[in-house]
Design a protein around this ligand. Structure first.
Ligand code: ZN
Length: 304
């Protein structure tokens, strides 16, 4: 921040004023400027570096996935409030006149659309599981992905986005293989974020399951310590924000997609994801809006 300019009124305004993010008229869907993208790419490269010797297979999936995947995983029972189903027009030319009439009159037009075969991907790891169907080798599977994720939770807070990128890793194998791997990464994630000057801590967490039944699922998830998060203070006056999560799914995906161990048992899986935009925003919040003024050690680490 230059000494002459008035201090920004909020984190969001500061990010906008410094050209780091670009409002688009919808909450949680801002554009990203060049400096924001540079920091994101450099952080992602650091993740490459610390995982280089792990031998993970890299893949990238588009922002949409097959609707069948979320139907199979009962996603609409647990997270209907976060879903983004893609709809389109299947009718003829005559029927299409309805759009301009309705839109000109300010009337809803969603009922003229029908569901397509795709939904916006709600979790970075979902698209990869169907590719594991079959018998898992003794050493298991390990993949890493760079995927866009959609969650319908518009918010004025810059850290709560509808659309964002996650650097994800997924491990498939025996319970011992996947839990040991997840715990190793929890430590790695903490160390990485702390090395960038972030005040990162880990905690047991749960997913935002929907409704009353969801509260019970969340309590059981926390009680079994299936999910951990790394949290960093970002938003003023708010509790720290989760910037990565580490999840042990037990046999949930193995059973759903017929992924089996050589013994014939369903395979276990675990995943972890770095919320890339949240980490970048945490860096700007912690060190200021101009990376040229960040601490030397942080600049060196990120190659800035
Ligand atoms: Zn995941």
């Amino acid at each position: 921040m230059s000494g002459a300019s008035a201090p920004p009124t909020s984190l969001y305004d500061g990010l906008v004023e410094h050209g780091l993010i670009i409002p688009v008229g919808v909450q949680g869907a801002f554009g990203r400027g060049a400096v924001f993208e540079l920091v994101l790419a450099r952080f992602n490269a650091l993740v490459d570096e610390i995982s280089r010797d792990d031998g993970a297979r890299y893949c990238v999936f588009p922002p949409v996935i097959s609707r069948k995947i979320i139907e199979k995983l009962n996603y609409m029972d647990s997270f209907p409030h976060l879903c983004g189903a893609v709809c389109s027009y299947f009718g003829d030319e005559r029927g299409s006149k309805g759009f301009s009439q309705r839109i000109a009159a300010g009337e809803p037009w969603g009922d003229l659309l029908q569901m397509t075969d795709v939904v916006l991907n709600p979790a970075a790891c979902y698209p990869v599981y169907p590719s594991f169907t079959g018998v898992v080798p003794d050493s298991g599977h390990l993949v890493t992905m760079f995927n866009w994720v959609f969650r319908h939770e518009p918010s004025p807070q810059p850290t709560r986005m509808q659309s964002f990128r996650v650097r994800e890793f997924v491990r498939v194998g025996t319970p011992a293989q996947v839990v040991e791997w997840r715990d190793m990464w929890l430590q790695r994630g903490l160390t990485l974020l702390q090395s960038l000057g972030l005040d990162a801590v880990s905690d047991v967490a749960s997913d935002p399951f929907f409704g009353r039944a969801g509260k019970i699922m969340a309590a059981s998830q926390a009680q079994q310590q299936l999910k951990f998060e790394v949290l960093v203070p970002v938003n003023d006056g708010d509790s720290p924000t989760a910037v990565c999560s580490f999840n042990y799914h037990q046999q949930y995906f193995g059973s759903a997609f017929d992924i089996v161990l050589p013994s014939g048992e369903p395979a276990s899986t675990a995943c972890l994801g770095f919320g890339l935009e949240r980490i970048v925003i945490a860096l700007f919040k912690t060190h200021g809006f101009d990376p040229a003024r960040w601490p030397g050690a942080v600049r060196t680490k990120l190659g800035l």
